[in-house]
Design a binder for this molecule. Sequence first.
Ligand SMILES: Cc1cc2nc3c(=O)[nH]c(=O)nc-3n(C[C@H](O)[C@H](O)[C@H](O)COP(=O)(O)OP(=O)(O)OC[C@H]3O[C@@H](n4cnc5c(N)ncnc54)[C@H](O)[C@@H]3O)c2cc1C
Length: 436
Amino acid sequence: MSLVVRGALWIGLFLGVTIAPLVFAVIGAPGPGRGFATEFSAALGFVGLALMGLEFALVARFRAVAAPFGTDALVQFHREMGLVGLVFVLVHVAISAPWDLVVRPFAEDTPARVRWALLSTLALLVLVASSLWRRRLRLSYEAWHALHAVLAVVVIVAALMHALLVDHYLNTAWKRALWILMSAAFVTLLVWVRVGKPLTQLRRPWTVERVTPERGRTTTLTLRADGHPGFRFAPGQYAWFALGRSPFSLTKHPFSLSSSGEAAGTVDVSIKALGDFTATVAGLDVGTRAYLDGPHGVFSPDLYEGPGFCLIAGGVGVTPMVSILRTFADRGDRRPVLAVIANRSWDEVTFREELDRLAARPDVSVVHTLDEPPPGWTGETGHVTADLLRRHLPAGHRRWQYFVCGADPMMDAVQDALVALGAAPARIHTERFNWV
Ligand SMILES: Cc1cc2nc3c(=O)[nH]c(=O)nc-3n(C[C@H](O)[C@H](O)[C@H](O)COP(=O)(O)OP(=O)(O)OC[C@H]3O[C@@H](n4cnc5c(N)ncnc54)[C@H](O)[C@@H]3O)c2cc1C
């Protein structure tokens, strides 16, 4: 089945689940309605709850769901749907809340359904605010992630309790059963990600075999599959890593695989020291245990046919590109590749020598551009622009596939430049390292 058809089916399922609660509510609704405002508000609440539940599915790292869209697009959609769900819930609350009771949640005559609604709404507000303003609130990624996971479960469970206690729409056993089933499905997703998957990883450990310093504050770890065959990956894909940690640890880090997709039993990952965890990687010992969840991602020439490929990377965004070049070399793939590699200085070019080696093949050319070139530099300087690309792309490049990975502003500028050069947006593929 083509990716487009699969994407359309997932979108259909998403819409189906979003409106399913309304169908449950309407089928066999008891007696006459309770006026437009109340019915409308209840509908908003039900759809808001379904959207919140679907948020789990969007980030549950299901390869089949991510394949047609790409993980970064799913994460972006997760973020936007969270805001849409919040609007639904807030309008529902604004219309229906018995404010005289809401303001005194601990009073004896305040019904439990109001308390659950309040808890769910407050948890949702904190969840959204901490996500929107994580950096401003100076929350570390790890602390934010733990908070996010706990609040998400509180939002869903409390909202479900509220809906069950309101009773008007959930007054028959089968409707309650349907709701409980739907909620259980969402929680099962969470349990699968946090317990089921780590359990499978526990049986497939990896060991750090080599720690190699690279230019540009980057370290390559070579990991060997320990007692199992490892996995096959398409060049450009990434995996989630628990390095020196249990597979059950809440925070795992995503890194692109930098080795050839044809190597069996080992994978390389090249990590730039950019934050508190990545700064510790250079100090990891040989023999450190690691657990991998992967491969993931659709940023790979294996997924898109093309007569040629243009790889454009900034800084550590070179890692998936090196994997692509190494894999093509191992496979003897003769389709032309142009790699445009942007860095601040010549000394910082991660994989500089390896890129030289790979560029020795007649079908590969590597163009470096530097912000701060050394004296006597005759190559390209400055940002990757349409003019720079025009100087190096061959005739017929419009039918090529383009892969772009780097800092966000660079990626946005390069995407615009490629469109200006006539590349179809469907042929421009991006991997963003900065999701949150
Ligand atoms: C698909 C993908 C592929 C990547 N490939 C590479 C690669 O090959 N080499 C490389 O050096 N970097 C890569 N990164 C970036 C890398 O994951 C982050 O730099 C790293 O997780 C930062 O962790 P830290 O604790 O050192 O930094 P922090 O200072 O804690 O965080 C810096 C930023 O990194 C992001 N981040 C931190 N922890 C996580 C996490 N657990 N999950 C997701 N994002 C996080 C957040 O946006 C955060 O603001 C990739 C990212 C993604 C999404």
